[in-house]
Design a protein around this ligand. Structure first.
Ligand code: SAM
Length: 451
C-alpha cells in the first residue's frame, strides 16, 4: 500500500475531506497507448491578439508569479529516486512516487484549491500497477562516471554525472537532485530572472562544496542556446518538470532540440518529463470557461501563465522527432472525492523518460539581440542627452575659467608696471561703480595708463 502525501494545494488550506483513488497507466515500446487525448466540448479560443500578447509576456508573467509567491508556491519534489530507479538507483525511504504533483495547481478559478475543507476525515490509498522500463542506461550507477574528468577531446567535464533541470523555478527539483547523487553537478535554468535569483538565494545556505555543485542561470529554452552555459553533449540526466506545458506548442520542438544539444550522445542520457496530462480536472475547468483557451489543449490562467495538456503519443512523437526514444511513459490518475459535495476530481499527469539521441541535435543558433522595450529606449536616450548636456556645461565652465585665469595674469602684469596714481584712480573708480571683475579692472588700468 502506497502512502499518498497530503497534496500541497490542500496542505495550504489545512484540512482535507477527500478520498483519493490512484491508478497509473503505463506504456513502453511493448504496450499500446492507454491514454490518448481527452475530448471536451468545443470552447471558443482567444483572439490572435491575446494569444500573441500572452506569448510575448510569458517571461514577465512568470516573473510576476515569483514576485508574488517567492519560493512558497511549490514544494520540493522528492520522488525521482522512486519514480526513476534505473536512473537514480532505488533509495530506501525515498520520496513517495504517488506524491501529489500538479505543478501550479491553479486554473485561474477560485475553487481549484478551495472547495474542500469541511472535516479532517482523509482516506488515502493507491494501487499502482507494475512499471515498464527501457534498458538501464550505462551510467545508472554514479561510481561508473565518478572519476571522469576529461572527455575525448580533452575538455574538462565535471567529475561526476551532469544533471540539468530546465524551467527550474525556485529549485524545487534542482536541490533534491543534489541529494540524489553526491558526485553530480546540477545545472538549472529558468527564463524568469526572479526565479533564478531565488535559487541563488537558497544556494547561499549550502556548504561550500554543495554550492560548487549547483549552477543556476537564466535561459529561455525556446530561444537561448543551452550550450552557452552547459557543455554540448555533457548532460546525463535532464529533468523537465511541468515546464514544457508552460511553453507554447509551436515552440515545443525548439525547446526539445535545445535540450538534445546538451545531452550525452549514444542513447546513454535520459530526459525525464513530468507534466500535465489531457483530461486533468484543471483542463476540464478551463474548457468550461470562455477566454481561457489559447489553442487546442492550451490555456491561460488568471495570472497570465499558461498550461498545455499532453497526450502520451504526442509527447512520444515530440521527442522521437529528435531521435530520442521513449523508455517509460505513465499517466498517473488520481480521483479525489470531496465528501461533503460528493464531487469527484480527476487529476492526471504524465511521467515519461526518453533516451538521448545517438547524435545530439545541433545547438540553437544564437538568438538576435532582444528588441529594446520602448521605455528602456526612452530612458537610454534621456540618459544620453543628460550626459551630453553635462559635458557641454563642463566645457563652458573650463573655458570661462581659462578666460578668467588669463585676465588675472594680464592684470598682474599691468599692476607691476602701473604708477601709484593710476592704481589709486582705478581703485576709486571701482569702489564707486562696484565693479571688481578682473577683466574690468584690467581694462580700466589700461585706459588710465593710456590717458
Ligand atoms: C510549473 S513551474 C515548474 C518549476 C520546477 N520545474 C519545479 O519542479 O517546481 C514552470 C517553470 O517553467 C519556467 N518556464 C516557462 N517557460 C520557460 C522557457 N521558455 N524557458 C525557461 N523556463 C521557462 C517558468 O518560469 C516556471 O518557473
Amino acid at each position: 500500500m502506497l502512502k499518498i502525501r497530503t497534496p500541497f494545494a490542500l496542505a495550504r488550506i489545512g484540512r482535507d475531506t477527500r478520498s483519493i483513488r490512484c491508478r497509473s497507466h503505463h506504456y513502453g515500446s511493448l504496450f499500446p497507448a492507454l491514454i490518448t487525448s481527452h475530448p471536451f466540448p468545443p470552447t471558443p479560443t482567444q483572439s490572435q491578439f491575446w494569444v500573441e500578447k500572452y506569448e510575448k509576456e510569458a517571461c514577465r508573467n512568470w516573473d510576476i508569479f515569483y514576485k508574488n509567491n517567492t519560493d512558497q508556491f511549490f514544494k520540493d519534489r522528492h520522488y525521482f529516486a522512486k519514480e526513476f530507479p534505473d536512473v537514480f538507483g532505488v533509495q530506501v525511504g525515498g520520496g513517495d512516487g504517488e506524491e501529489e504533483d500538479e505543478g501550479p495547481s491553479r486554473v485561474g478559478v477560485s475553487d481549484d484549491r478551495g472547495s474542500t475543507s469541511a472535516t479532517s476525515d482523509t482516506k488515502t490509498g493507491a494501487d499502482c500497477c507494475a512499471r515498464v522500463f527501457g534498458p538501464a542506461p550505462r551510467y545508472a550507477l554514479p561510481s561508473l562516471t565518478a572519476n571522469e574528468v576529461k572527455d575525448g577531446t580533452g575538455t574538462a567535464r565535471p567529475a561526476g554525472r551532469v544533471f540539468l533541470e530546465v524551467g527550474c523555478g525556485v529549485g524545487n527539483t534542482a536541490f533534491p537532485l543534489l541529494a540524489l547523487d553526491k558526485a553530480a553537478a546540477v545545472y538549472c535554468c529558468d527564463f524568469s530572472q526572479r526565479a533564478v535569483e531565488l535559487v541563488e538565494a537558497r544556494k547561499e545556505g549550502l556548504s561550500l562544496h554543495e554550492k560548487s555543485r549547483i549552477n543556476p542561470f537564466v535561459c529561455d529554452i525556446t530561444r537561448d542556446p543551452l550550450t552557452e552555459h552547459v557543455p554540448p553533449g555533457s548532460v546525463d540526466v535532464c529533468t523537465m518538470v511541468f515546464v514544457l506545458s508552460a511553453v507554447s506548442p509551436e515552440k515545443f520542438a525548439r525547446a526539445i532540440r535545445n535540450v538534445s544539444s546538451v545531452m550525452k550522445p549514444g542513447g546513454t542520457g535520459r530526459v525525464l518529463v513530468r507534466d500535465y496530462a489531457c483530461g486533468d480536472l484543471a483542463q476540464s475547468r478551463f474548457a468550461s470557461k470562455t477566454r481561457q483557451k489559447l489553442s487546442e489543449n492550451f490555456y491561460v490562467r488568471g495570472d497570465g501563465t499558461r498550461a498545455y495538456y499532453f497526450s502520451q503519443e504526442e509527447l512520444t512523437a515530440l521527442f522521437a522527432k529528435f531521435g530520442m526514444e521513449q523508455t517509460q511513459s505513465v499517466v498517473h490518475e488520481k480521483t479525489i472525492t470531496n465528501r461533503s459535495t460528493r464531487v469527484d476530481m480527476e487529476r492526471r499527469w504524465i511521467q515519461a523518460s526518453f533516451a538521448s539521441a545517438a547524435v545530439p541535435a545541433e545547438a540553437l543558433p544564437a538568438p538576435p539581440p532582444r528588441a529594446e522595450p520602448e521605455w528602456a529606449a526612452r530612458a537610454r536616450l534621456a540618459d544620453r542627452r543628460k550626459a551630453g548636456e553635462a559635458v557641454l556645461a563642463e566645457k563652458a565652465k573650463s573655458l570661462e575659467l581659462a578666460k578668467q585665469t588669463q585676465a588675472v595674469a594680464d592684470l598682474e602684469k599691468e599692476l607691476v608696471t602701473c604708477t601709484r596714481g593710476t592704481l589709486e584712480r582705478v581703485v576709486l573708480g571701482i569702489a564707486r561703480d562696484g565693479a571688481v571683475e578682473s577683466g574690468a579692472m584690467l581694462r580700466r588700468l589700461q585706459m588710465e595708463a593710456q590717458s
